[in-house]
Each structure stands twice: as structure tokens, then as C-alpha cells.
Design a protein around this ligand. Structure first.
Ligand code: ARG
Length: 442
């Protein structure tokens, strides 16, 4: 029973939040006269002693004391004697743990936000460097149209901006204090919930005691936002893994963020990227775990809810590592731009530009232009050359309306430079997007 019941092996991570909650609670008990001012002061000082003890020695995993709440109360009694017993007046472990965990998740969100901002700055720096570097843009992983590497990296900047706003939303919704909801029904003591809420930096108290002690949607929102970040990072990791492979050769990962093989001396393996990709699966698993734990629970508290913490802690640790690793890889990777350019040139990626030119200059309907271009691509493919290497007489043989001005749009540089629509890949557009992004971050 002791072993299955105890949460101290993992919830000791909440000790700071638990003591902060208790300090706010006892200050309120003193201010409202529920506990005498002298006792309240003694308890408050005792909580500081407990904090110093944990800071110096860590939190012991004492299964008899079950969880961080019992543990801290026992430590408090050791420090100040029986007056410690007054702390738990007008409180239950149910509102206590809900308060602790909300505080912890709030801190976690703030940490993730700092890390994500760092990741965005890394993306911006590399995007700026490569605003003109041409690479193939893909659909179906087939060469589609040329884009710039800067544009590609900025796509991840945008995803990360939305990720950060998801965390900000979760933070705002979750920033309400359950303290004072007591076990489930509230309390008959004349407590001041506004006071404890303000002391803990919450925007105010939660409005329904049953809801406050028995919902964990704030944790699920954290995990949802975390899973979405992990998913985005996993896609970039996957691209780095592909790009670092020899047939692609688009990127060289730094020594710092890759590993060797114990048998093959030539190897430089993208282990960190693979683990970011792998960790995303585990983080999604954490989200699933908590949703499934919660879905069948009648109101209010059931002990199943003690299982809310391990998946959140696990996801948070994995996410922190993943963001740090991806940031490091982006910062230190060498992009092999000649290979990227050659791949863009080899894939007939300016075929759309030829078709667009026929529409614009020849007044040809797009469907027909598409067909004419298809014939040009087929011919170039047969000869093993690029579109802009086809002699003019071959092009005019396909369609007499083609003239030598067409060569102005067939190069990959001309192609990307022409994509000036808002949100497009033209280097001028990408530079403007980077400038706007920098302003947003500042
Ligand atoms: N360790 C418990 C948890 O994490 C604290 C709340 C226990 N409440 C109770 N009534 N048994 O959920």
C-alpha cells in the first residue's frame, strides 16, 4: 500500500511551489485571525527553515510520509513543534496539490518560452545569412519550385511563434488560484482567497471549488502545447537527418551535435536530431497518458489524479532537451549551399516559371502553357540537361511563341526573385519578414 500510494519520489519536484503555497496560506490565516499572529509568524519562519533544509539536503524519499505535502508538514513540525499543526486549517491536500501544480506548470511555461525565443533567434540569424541561398522547395519530397533556405528556416520561425502563443494562452487560462477550495466544497472558515491568489501571482481565485480541485485541463493544455512544439521540432529534425545524408548533402552537422560510429570511421551520425524526432513520440505519449487518466473520473478528486505529474515532468524535461538540441544544431550547422543550388537546378524546378511566362508574354491559357512546358521538360530530361540549357530552336520548335526573353525566367535565381507576393520566397520578401520578426521579438 505504501508503495502504490506514495508520490514523493516524483512530487518532491514541487517543493518550492508547495512551500510558497503554504507561506501564502499562513499569511492569510494570520491576517484573517483564523490563526493567531504569533503562531502565523512562527509557521512562516518555520517554512523558511524547511526551504533551507531542502535546498541544502534535497527532499528525502520517505514513503511513510507519502507526498511532498505530508513531508513538508513533518519537516515543519520538526522545526517548530506542534504549532505546525495549525498550518493545515481551512485547507486540504486537494486544493494544495492543485495550487502547487498550477504554479509549477506556470513556471514551466515561462522556461519553455525563454527557450523557444532562443530557438527563434537562432533561426533568424541563419535565415538572414541565407536569404539568397537557393534550394529546391519540395512537394511529395519531389523537387517542386526553387525557394531560399532563409524562407525555409523562417517557416519554422512562424510555427514557433504560434507555439509560443499557445503556451501564453494556456498560461493565462491556468493562472487562477484553487487555494481555499479545500477538499471539494469550500470551507466555513472566513478565508480570503483573493489575498492568497494575489500573493502567489495568480490573476484571482478559481470560481468553483469542485472544478478547482478536480480538473487538470491546465496540465493537459501544457502538454498539448508541448506536443505541438515537439511535432514541429521533429519535422525540422527529420529534415536535418535527410539533408545530412550523403545523397542529399545539403547540410553538415557540427561535431558538437553529431556522433561518430564505434566501427565506421567515416561516420557522422545525426543522433541528436534523431532523438528530437524520437522524443516527440514520447511527449505525445505523455499527453495521451494524462488525457486517458482524466477522461473517466467523476467529480471531484480521485487518487488517479496523482498520476498527473509524471507525464508533465517527463514531457517538460524531454522538451527542454529537444529545444536546446535543435537550437544548437541550427546555430552550428554548415549549410552546403552549392549542393542545394545544384539540386534546385537539376530538378526542372523552374518549369512553373516557363509556364507562367507563356501565360504572361504569349497570352496562352495556363492549361495549354502547362502542356507546352511539359514537352520542354521531357526534351531536357531526354538530353540530360537543365531547362535553361535547351537551345532556342528546340524551344521554338515546341511552340513558336517562345523567344529568347524566356531565358530571363528560367534560372533558379530569377525564379525566386520573381516570387514577390506577400509571404513569398523572394529574397526581398524574406528580408522584410526577418526584419518584422526581429521587431516582434524585441
Ligand atoms: N499526493 C496527492 C496528489 O498528488 C495529493 C492529494 C491527496 N489528496 C487526498 N485526498 N488523498 O494528488
Amino acid at each position: 500500500m505504501r508503495e502504490i500510494n506514495a508520490s514523493i519520489p516524483f512530487d518532491k519536484r514541487l517543493w518550492r511551489q508547495d512551500l510558497a503555497g503554504s507561506k501564502a496560506h499562513v499569511a492569510m490565516l494570520g491576517a484573517t485571525g483564523i490563526v493567531g499572529p504569533q503562531d502565523a509568524a512562527t509557521i512562516s519562519a518555520g517554512l523558511d527553515t524547511v526551504a533551507a533544509h531542502y535546498e541544502a539536503n534535497g527532499v528525502a524519499e520517505d514513503m511513510v510520509l507519502e507526498d511532498i505535502h505530508m513531508q513538508s508538514e513533518a519537516r515543519l513540525a520538526e522545526a517548530i513543534g506542534p504549532v505546525a499543526g495549525r498550518l493545515h486549517t481551512a485547507r486540504s491536500r486537494n486544493d494544495q496539490v492543485a495550487t502547487d501544480f498550477r504554479l509549477w506548470v506556470r513556471d514551466a511555461i515561462d522556461q519553455v518560452d525563454v527557450a523557444l525565443k532562443g530557438f527563434q533567434l537562432a533561426l533568424l540569424a541563419r535565415a538572414e545569412e541565407h536569404a539568397d541561398s537557393v534550394m529546391p522547395g519540395f512537394t511529395h519530397l519531389q523537387s517542386a519550385q526553387p525557394v531560399t533556405l532563409g524562407h525555409h528556416l523562417m517557416a519554422y520561425f512562424e510555427m514557433t511563434a504560434r507555439d509560443r502563443s499557445r503556451f501564453a494562452d494556456a498560461r493565462a487560462r491556468g493562472n487562477r488560484s484553487p487555494l481555499g477550495s479545500a477538499a471539494l466544497a469550500g470551507t466555513g472558515f472566513p478565508i480570503d482567497r483573493e489575498m492568497t491568489a494575489a500573493a502567489l501571482g495568480f490573476d484571482g481565485p478559481t470560481r468553483n471549488s469542485l472544478d478547482a480541485v478536480s480538473d487538470r485541463d491546465f496540465a493537459i493544455e501544457y502538454l498539448t502545447a508541448a506536443a505541438q512544439v515537439a511535432l514541429h521540432l521533429s519535422r525540422l529534425a527529420e529534415e536535418f537527418i535527410l539533408w545530412a545524408s550523403q545523397p542529399f548533402g545539403f547540410v553538415s552537422l557540427s561535431d558538437q551535435w553529431s556522433t561518430g560510429s564505434s566501427i565506421m570511421p567515416q561516420k557522422r551520425n545525426p543522433d541528436a536530431a534523431e532523438l528530437v524526432r524520437g522524443h516527440s513520440g514520447r511527449i505525445i505519449g505523455c499527453l495521451t497518458a494524462l488525457m486517458v487518466t482524466m477522461k473517466g473520473l467523476p467529480l471531484a478528486y480521485s487518487k488517479d489524479m496523482q498520476d498527473d505529474k509524471p507525464p508533465v515532468f517527463e514531457a517538460h524535461d524531454l522538451l527542454g532537451l529537444s529545444i536546446a538540441a535543435m537550437t544548437g544544431m541550427v546555430e552550428s550547422a554548415t549549410f552546403r549551399t552549392p549542393r542545394m543550388r545544384a539540386a534546385a537546378e537539376a530538378g526542372f524546378s523552374t518549369a512553373t516559371d516557363l509556364a507562367d511566362w507563356l501565360v504572361r508574354e504569349g497570352g496562352i491559357p495556363f492549361r495549354e502553357a502547362h502542356h507546352i512546358t511539359g514537352r520542354a521538360v521531357k526534351l531536357a530530361e531526354e538530353r540530360g540537361i537543365a531547362l535553361d540549357q535547351l537551345p532556342l530552336e528546340d524551344l521554338t520548335a515546341i511552340d513558336a511563341r517562345i523567344d529568347d526573353r524566356v531565358y530571363g525566367v528560367l534560372s533558379v535565381d530569377a525564379s525566386v526573385a520573381s516570387r514577390t507576393s506577400f509571404g513569398g520566397t523572394a529574397p526581398a520578401r524574406v528580408r522584410a519578414a526577418i526584419a518584422a520578426a526581429r521587431e516582434e521579438l524585441a
